[in-house]
Design a binder for this molecule. Sequence first.
Ligand SMILES: Nc1ncnc2c1ncn2[C@@H]1O[C@H](COP(=O)(O)OP(=O)(O)O)[C@@H](O)[C@H]1O
Ligand SMILES: [Mg+2]
Length: 473
Amino acid sequence: MDPITGAPGRKLVLAVADERLRKKLEELMREENVEVEHVPNLAGVDPSQVDADLVVLRSSTVEGDELPRIIEGGDAQEGPGVVFLGDEGEAEEEIRLVAGGATAVLDTSVDRAELADQLVELAEAEADGGVHGPEGHGSLTEPKLADFQSRSPRMRDFLDVVWRVAASDSTLLITGETGVGKERLAQAIHAESARSKGPFVVVNCGALAESLLESELFGHHKGAFTGATGTHKGHFESANGGTIFLDEIAEMPQHLQVKLLTVLQRHEVQPIGASKPVGIDVRVIAATNRDLAADVSEKRFRQDLFFRLNVVSLVIPPLRERIEDVPWFVGRFLKHFVESHRRPTVQGITRQAVDILLAYSWPGNVRELVNVIERGVLLCKEERIRPEDLPEALRQGGGPALQVTVDPTEEFLELPLQEARRRIVEHFEQRYLEHHLRACHGTVGEVAERACINPRTLYEKMRRLGLAKEDFR
Ligand SMILES: Nc1ncnc2c1ncn2[C@@H]1O[C@H](COP(=O)(O)OP(=O)(O)O)[C@@H](O)[C@H]1O
Ligand SMILES: [Mg+2]
């Protein structure tokens, strides 16, 4: 269902043999006005000919050589999207399917209502043109809100808010670390709004000399200052009817902050040297990687402007706090770079390389991940990207150093390396989990979130290590 208009009319085909799962999903999605049809399996079915927004099937029922047939149809712009239900967060498998063109791979261990919600959202996105954009195959060029998908509960709550404010005309402040996708989100919001036909103008407030910024933003008239040989339209005027994206807003000098506030209040700009102001109709989206509230309390940023910008505040979580999204990104970026660099020999990524990507802390966020995958595709000499195709910094972990001291008398020094490593890792996992279980008073869901692992995986680990949540209450 359309999150904003509540428009009905989405259709989905479920090829799920498990009757209980299928019935439950059907029931939940019908409540959302999604029409659900059931087929026992996809044998003999051409997915591109299926009249639906989404085809949903269990990943375990698809052999590797069947994948192209199933997805090819689904990946076509007019065909339905293809969504796989995986048994658990199997990163490698998810990457394989997404790189092969799957719209998404969902984890069936989340609760059924959550799963149904995700399917409804995907059906909606697909009806809206699909997550891959009009260029089809793995396009990363045209940002759309539909390609902000996430498995992380926090990110999904965030995206709910985004969908609600996107179509409105309200001023937005987007914050988040560098590379999380602030500019991309702003573009996607613009594309989703009634202003989508209007211009989207990007101004980096940190990149321009203070003296130039004012005339760049608001324009100037001929002779307004030495060197003003002609009349120059400012970015605000250029953005008329559309959206202006003010990046690195925290870098804006104080005297311009005053002027910007006036622009926001009066919907008009005063070009330098002009005798009267010019009316404008522009939506403002500002962004920063700084803590603007802190800048306000330290008097580096004007409080009145902060309040005016911060009508709706969107904080994009860093990638390391939604590590469960890494496989989906990797799959998409792989598909994109394999196609754009014409490296069809690159078929995927090894399990060891995936483990490295999942353990890394991603200080450069999605931007860094894009670069890592592009580099990996270019360096890859085999069929799959291996650890040696990843940058050194990643292979060294990049997280806080873990100190392991080896006492020469310890018995595991007598063991084969593999067995010794297994025991040390197990010992470390035990201490790590005990620490977090204690800190979370035995709440497994919370520990799983902190550790960025699937609750089911965590339960399994706890069982194996003999840890009981009751002991930490
Ligand atoms: N959801 C996403 N899907 C695809 N690419 C993304 C997504 N989020 C970020 N990126 C990519 O990551 C890079 C950094 O995004 P950008 O919006 O410039 O980040 P920021 O403005 O926060 O520094 C860009 O190449 C962008 O296309
Ligand atoms: Mg940026």
